[in-house]
Design a protein around this ligand. Structure first.
Ligand SMILES: Cc1ncc(COP(=O)(O)O)c(C=O)c1O
Length: 439
């Protein structure tokens, strides 16, 4: 038996991702248990989860239904190759997901993470144009300040300098729309009124490079990791129109936004724009088993499959663990919980109280901006001597005070589990206030 509550013999060998390893190992923040809205630390303290882990534990921690579904499938079918073979649960989960996605996004391709979902979607876009006889469409368009995971495709279309500068220029021919973080967007609750015209950058790329060179444009409907940039009113619709005019595929990266975070099933529903593909991951299995997916339109699926001979593989892409039994079982159990407990509706119901508490920080001197939509919000803090120094101190102080959040630089990202009650909103923001008022 592995002992989760036993202090490790050594902290040295595990190279932690996206972590200040040396400082962590000097002052570890180890988590040894979780239930509902709370973590337990290795010191036995309770820490409220203000970030759904990393945006993924939407239905709260320790859901027995998911653990039992995973356990029972593991005892019946541990593994099944997903190339040329399949098990029933991946079909069933695809059917359930296709019923949730907007428009005709009826075909689901599984991956094991959001990063892989993003790279899969980019490759599917290229394969689609090739199948249509437009293989010269190879440019991919992303956006400044975007986060699309850490693989080379996603890095190429993303726009966060710290994540990319060490790793070279990325895919050739990639273009970036300007971001929508405008100086006049100060303390805007919901969608900013200005900035829709920034979508016209895509038209400029068409004019400059030719539509027939551009395969796809990928955006996070709400840019999450950088600190919740809500799209200006009309912006996504304008992107959709330009894509339609020029045969460019529109991909929404809903790895954070998907499954109720915005108060609707997908941000595509919240903003009334149907893309050609949606990438999803985080809340798909409630964070229990790694899994990502791409939902593709009928047109994309039929074009790619239709272009190959009957017995030929149509898309030379996939992962050893695509839709593996334990992930599919966890995904189905998560869907059941969402439906039974009406979690998407619950998110919509709790959003006003959440946003009220978030925007109550406007008067705190160290706060420079606040943005929020649904159950997703950010409080920007004034940087100290260099960017991120205050943010890191605040992360540690919040943890000591008993609340977990995601920090990006000097921004506090709050995205609680959708099961939260008003008392949890008070606790999360009360603890945040206690810390940042002392800065
Ligand atoms: C929008 C978006 N895309 C992709 C990813 C990458 O997901 P993963 O960490 O599961 O690879 C993330 C992760 O935060 C994300 O926010």
């Amino acid at each position: 038996m592995t002992e989760i509550s036993k202090m490790p013999n050594s902290l040295e060998e595990f190279w932690m991702p996206f972590t200040a390893n040396r400082d962590f190992k000097a002052n570890p923040r180890l988590i040894t248990g979780a239930k509902g809205m709370y973590y337990t630390t290795h010191r036995g303290d309770k820490v409220i989860d203000g970030s759904s882990g990393l945006f993924c534990v939407a239905a709260g921690h320790g859901r027995k239904e998911i653990a039992e579904a995973a356990r029972s499938v593991l005892l019946e079918l541990d593994y099944c190759p997903p190339f040329q073979y399949a098990h029933p649960l991946s079909f069933e989960l695809s059917r359930r997901l296709a019923a949730l996605t907007p428009g005709d996004l009826n075909h689901i391709f599984f991956s094991n993470s959001g990063s892989e979902a993003v790279d899969s979607s980019l490759k599917i876009a290229l394969a689609y144009h090739r199948a249509k006889g437009e293989g010269q469409r190879s440019r991919l368009v992303g956006r400044e300040l975007a986060y699309h995971g850490v693989n080379f495709g996603g890095l190429s279309v993303a726009g966060l300098v710290n994540n990319t500068r060490v790793f070279g220029p990325g895919l050739p021919g990639t273009l970036h729309l300007r971001h929508t973080r405008l100086p006049e967007h100060r303390f805007v609750r919901g969608q900013p009124e200005t900035g829709a015209e920034l979508a016209d950058d895509l038209q400029r790329f068409v004019d400059l490079h030719g539509a027939d060179t551009i395969a796809a444009c990928i955006v996070e409907p709400i840019a999450g990791s950088v600190g919740v940039l809500v799209p200006p009113k009309g912006y996504l619709k304008r992107l959709r129109e330009i894509c339609d005019r020029h045969g460019i595929l529109l991909i929404f990266d809903e790895v954070i936004c998907g499954f109720g975070r915005t108060g609707k099933q997908f941000a595509a529903d919240s903003f009334g724009v149907v893309p050609d593909m949606i990438t999803m991951a985080k809340a798909l299995t409630n964070g229990v088993v790694p899994m990502g997916a791409v939902a593709c339109s009928d047109r994309i699926y039929e074009t790619i499959t239709g272009a190959a001979p009957e017995t030929a593989i149509e898309l030379f892409h996939g992962y050893t663990y695509s839709g593996c039994p334990v992930a599919a079982a966890a995904g189905l159990a998560t869907r059941d919980i969402f439906e039974r407990e009406g979690l998407v509706e619950r998110a919509a119901k709790m959003a006003p109280a959440f946003l009220d508490a978030l925007f109550a920080f406007e008067e705190v001197p160290v706060v420079t901006n606040i943005r929020g939509y649904g159950l997703l919000g950010t409080i920007d803090l004034a940087p100290m001597e260099s960017p991120g120094v205050r943010g890191y101190a605040v992360l540690q102080q919040l943890y000591d005070a008993g609340v977990m959040v995601k920090m990006t630089g000097d921004s506090i990202l709050v995205s609680p589990p959708l099961i939260l009650e008003e008392s949890h909103i008070e606790e999360i923001f009360g603890k945040i206030r206690g810390v940042i008022e002392s800065h």
